[in-house]
Write a protein that binds this ligand. Structure first.
Ligand code: ATR
Length: 494
């Protein structure tokens, strides 16, 4: 189930939020601690108007909420609101049984909160929060919460791959607890939010406008990841990196899988230890994954097979499981070539100026050199340019001399991060004057049109945006993952 967390300050706004997201969600969590005081009373009728199951939550400041009332006041308000037709009410793990037995506001009679909820068929969620990490005894914690008779909920903060593995182990370790809620917060938790069913969680939370890193919108959860459709048979794919959440690759692969009716999902995984990730890959049966910075080299010791390009470039951006073995390929190489291969074949590109001497540059220079294109590498640090040039039989120069190559090459490729958001005003080829006859190719894809490309276009050059290469390399990954061509009718917005 996908649950929309509602944090507006009025009931009408919360209802409007439900309406906007109704097609994506199965239930909602009404966070009454976000409501203005004068709106609190209206919360009681919320489930009737919302027309879907609702969790009632009144979160304290110490658990990341806004309720600053005394515990006594908070619990008695929660009890009065729970007279409404809620399906669940959330109570924090440290609220003692005795605190849930109190005198009603009207009279002397003692109220037993838990018994009352039971008699009205409202399930109690016993929740535990950890905003710093994952407690060492998390399995014991969940069992203890479950022993209270309600639904155990743990919202914890994984900080590394081993923590993530712990969350994915919950299902195996605590199979007997059918209804439970597991949430991994923060950037490391994103994969657990999407693959919540693989962690054994009965639901995953989403927010219309994500405000914290790691939160996802209902639209993303439902339409992009189909998170609620993940089942035992779903094949898991993904991208590993650090950072990784900015990646556009899920926008390529998930719609592609859906278009060919392949029960598969492509998920971003924050990874510090590649070794630990390979363990997770075995655990949850990952069939293949993309690799980004800083792991394009780190994965190689774990691969049983690599292609010629990976060997040459020393960089692997795609790993697929083939007959119980991991195979590494490099789709950057062919993805880069795709938009220009015809021009190379027709002899229109015989020489190229490559700006930058990092990992991306190495793949590109090899691709050009293997097609007999002469390459000049220019770089801020001359030694880096020299090292790549020696390796690939190219020539090199310092970036300061870029102006001297103006108009003398058929292709100029920009491979550095200069000009990328948030520094989109930067020009990566300062001093280079476009003649109008060369092709300008930028690997930066955010923004779509960089200062470098804009300047080239103004001079009359043909330009190629970084999003083109991103898409081409992604399509090749898709082929490696699925064995099918990327469906031509799917046009990812990158
Ligand atoms: P990638 O794998 O994406 O290519 P990288 O290996 O970190 O990333 O390479 C970054 C490239 O961008 C390098 O060529 C780097 O130049 P140095 O070798 O001098 O470090 C270049 N680069 C990064 N920031 C730059 C800047 N502000 N000006 C010029 N070049 C820059």
């Amino acid at each position: 189930m996908l649950c929309l967390t509602l944090t507006e300050s009025t009931i009408d706004e919360d209802l409007a939020c439900v309406e906007r997201n109704r097609k994506y969600i199965d239930l909602a969590e009404l966070r009454v601690d976000f409501l203005k005081t004068e709106e609190l009373g209206k919360a009681i009728d919320f489930p009737v108007h919302a027309k879907l199951p609702v969790i009632l939550t009144y979160r304290r400041v110490c658990d990341g909420g806004k309720c600053a009332l005394s515990e006594k006041q908070r619990l008695s308000t929660l009890f009065s609101l729970a007279q409404g037709k809620f399906s669940y009410v959330d109570i924090e793990d440290d609220v003692k049984k005795s605190e849930l037995k109190f005198k009603s506001q009207e009279g002397e009679k003692k109220i037993d909160f838990e018994a009352q909820m039971k008699s009205r068929n409202i399930k109690i969620i016993h929740s535990f929060h950890d905003f710093e990490g994952v407690p060492a005894d998390i399995f014991g914690k969940i069992s203890k919460l479950a022993s209270r008779g309600g639904i155990p909920k743990v919202a914890v903060t994984p900080n590394n791959m081993l923590d993530v593995i712990t969350l994915f182990r919950i299902q195996e370790e605590l199979k007997e607890i059918k209804d439970k809620i597991i949430i991994g917060m923060g950037p490391w938790g994103v994969c657990t939010r999407i693959l919540y069913k693989k962690c054994g969680s009965m639901l995953s939370f989403c927010t219309e406008v994500p405000s914290a890193i790691g939160q996802l919108s209902p639209k993303e959860m439902k339409e992009l990841y189909h998170a609620d459709k993940v089942d035992e048979q779903t094949h898991v794919y993904g991208i590993i990196g650090n950072p990784v959440l900015h990646t556009s690759s899920p926008l390529i692969h998930n719609p592609g899988f859906a278009a060919i009716h392949y029960n598969a999902v492509y998920v971003p995984f924050m990874v510090d230890s590649v070794r630990a990730f390979f363990k997770l890959a075995e655990m949850i049966h990952i069939y293949g994954f993309s690799v980004t910075i800083p792991h394009k080299r780190n994965v190689q010791p774990y691969l049983g097979k690599i292609t010629r390009e990976v060997k040459q470039i020393g960089s692997c951006n795609t790993v697929v499981r083939i007959q119980n073995m991991w195979k590494g390929i490099n789709t950057d190489y062919y993805g880069f070539l795709a938009p220009i291969s015809e021009l190379i074949a027709n002899g229109k590109i015989k020489s190229a100026l490559v700006i930058g001497a990092g990992g991306a540059s190495r793949a590109i220079i090899w691709a050009l050199r293997n097609h007999a294109v002469k390459v000049i590498v220019v770089n801020r640090t001359f030694e880096h340019a020299k090292s790549i040039a020696d390796e690939t039989m190219s020539t090199c120069d310092s970036l300061d001399h870029i102006g001297s190559y103006s108009g003398k090459v058929d292709l100029v490729v920009q491979t550095t991060s200069v000009g990328m958001v948030p520094d989109e005003k930067e020009d990566a080829a300062k001093g280079y004057l476009f003649s109008g006859s060369e092709i300008a190719y930028d690997l930066v894809y955010r923004p779509k049109e960089t200062v470098f490309l804009r300047r080239a276009e103004k001079a009359g050059c043909k330009t190629i945006e970084g999003s083109r290469m991103l898409l081409e390399q992604g399509k090749l990954q898709f082929e490696a993952f699925t064995g099918y061509h990327y469906p031509y009718w799917v046009k990812p917005e990158l």
